[in-house]
Design a binder for this molecule. Structure first.
Ligand code: FHN
Length: 431
């Protein structure tokens, strides 16, 4: 077959089969992926008018509030204590390198100045300021990358029709133009990728609400990459990655784990990975949720994520007055102290040569393998052979020499009790 017909036909076939054309990331996108994998740790922020009710970000759906009633809420959203410089400084103090904030969650409310709807922070709240623009400027000033979480799912727009599994009690008419909704969504993404400077990535969520719909991902992803080629696209659809996606996220689970039921069908793709988790059990501000995870638990989550070659996106749900609750701030600062001492074993590493174990994980950077022992079962540790000759093994930070024996089967390491750290005993294998 003449070449001039073969490739267009192949492209058409790929499109038909996957609904997506083959995607070739640009050089700046590939560079951004490297940066992302090196960054390792980010702050997730779920913030919206729902925070006024203090019952999480699903309150509109869970309390069966119709949109007429829900529209009363923005009038009470006046975050007079919002200080983006403090938020960014707190993220940095925690050792975080990027922030992913909700530009629009499922309630459809735009936390930015959108010209496509008055259902936004400028037109509907007494605060009348673009909190995302303020944050974007502060992130640029303090050297933190900014990503936007943008919900595919929308409980407010009437063109989000046929509706999906949720938002059935939002009081919308039983008609609408699905492709007009997608045009509206693409229009808001154009605003976010045009008016807020360099955007590190777009974190989509909500595809799962209408799994079989024509989400026109190809068109949306192409729009994003045409506006900002380095902008990383991720989609929390809990499926294997689609073409056009630059990173893959997992929710409340390490990559490949299926402990929460969120990711039953999700296989691990060949693109950078990220897992996300809450500091209590809520994404959006929840007044009553005091089930705070310990600093140790969250540090170990971060370490395990790195061992799974994944980033860790840790969430805060700011209060309606604009403050991040003190319990979260204290834990984030404690995590930052740990990162100050041990960040070298996390930042810029990749998953180690030994697959994650119950005792812990390994991370790898240049000629060093960092062994993160999180729960040692006995005094000797067996590291299966990974094809490298060991030069020496020491305790990270102290440099204390560690006894070991290497043979064809692997490395047996003797871990003396006195070097055990109850959060993370880090050994350095120099190869
Ligand atoms: O429904 C959302 C939820 O509100 C939150 O944004 C999380 C964050 O990963 N994602 C969805 C639940 O899977």
């Amino acid at each position: 077959m003449a070449r001039k017909f073969f490739f267009p036909l192949l492209l058409l076939l790929v499109t038909e089969v996957t609904g997506q054309t083959a995607y070739t990331p640009s050089q700046e996108n590939l560079k951004a992926r490297q940066w992302f994998q090196d960054a390792k740790f980010g702050m997730f922020i779920h913030w919206g008018v729902y925070s006024v009710l203090g019952d999480g970000e699903w309150v509109m759906n869970n309390q069966r509030i119709d949109k007429q009633t829900y529209q009363k809420l923005p009038a009470f959203f006046n975050p007079v204590n919002y200080n983006p410089a403090e938020w960014v400084a707190l993220a940095k103090a925690a050792g975080m390198k990027y922030i992913t904030i909700t530009s629009k969650h499922h309630d459809g409310f735009a936390m930015f100045d959108s010209k496509l709807t008055d259902w936004d922070i400028i037109d509907r709240t007494p605060y009348k300021k673009d909190v995302l623009k303020m944050l974007a400027e502060e992130c640029r000033k303090q050297g933190i990358k900014l990503f936007f979480y943008h919900s595919h799912l929308d409980w407010f727009q009437e063109n989000y029709f046929p509706r999906g599994n949720t938002g059935q009690t939002s009081g919308r008419p039983d008609n609408g133009d699905w492709y007009k909704y997608l045009d509206f969504m693409d229009g808001q993404l154009r605003e976010l990728l045009t008016n807020y400077g360099e955007i590190g990535g777009i974190w989509f969520d909500g595809h799962w609400d209408k799994k079989n719909a024509d989400w026109r991902l190809d068109k949306t992803y192409s729009l994003i990459h045409s506006l900002q080629p380095a902008c990383l696209v991720g989609n929390n659809h809990h499926l294997a990655p689609f073409p056009g996606e630059d990173f893959q996220m997992f929710e409340k689970d390490l990559p490949g784990q299926k402990t929460t039921g969120f990711n039953p069908e999700q296989s691990i793709g060949q693109i950078p990975l990220e897992t996300c988790e809450t500091m209590n059990n809520s994404w959006g501000f929840n007044l009553q949720d005091k089930s705070y995870k310990s600093t140790k638990n969250l540090i170990q989550y971060l370490v395990r994520a790195a061992g799974y070659n994944s980033n860790f996106l840790l969430n805060v749900g700011p209060m309606p007055d604009g403050r991040i609750q003190p319990e979260f701030a204290a834990t984030l600062k404690a995590m930052g102290s740990w990162m100050d001492k041990n960040g070298e074993t996390i930042y810029g590493t990749r998953g180690g040569p030994v697959s994650p174990k119950t005792w812990g994980v390994t991370t790898w950077k240049e000629n060093k393998v960092f062994v993160h022992i999180l729960s040692l079962e006995d005094d000797n540790l067996l590291i299966p052979d990974f094809g490298k000759k060991v030069k020496n093994i020491t305790v990270y930070n102290s440099g204390t020499k560690i006894k070991y024996k290497q043979d064809a089967f692997g490395i047996v390491i003797s871990v003396p009790q006195e070097v055990i750290d109850e959060t993370d005993t880090i050994l350095v294998i120099e190869i």
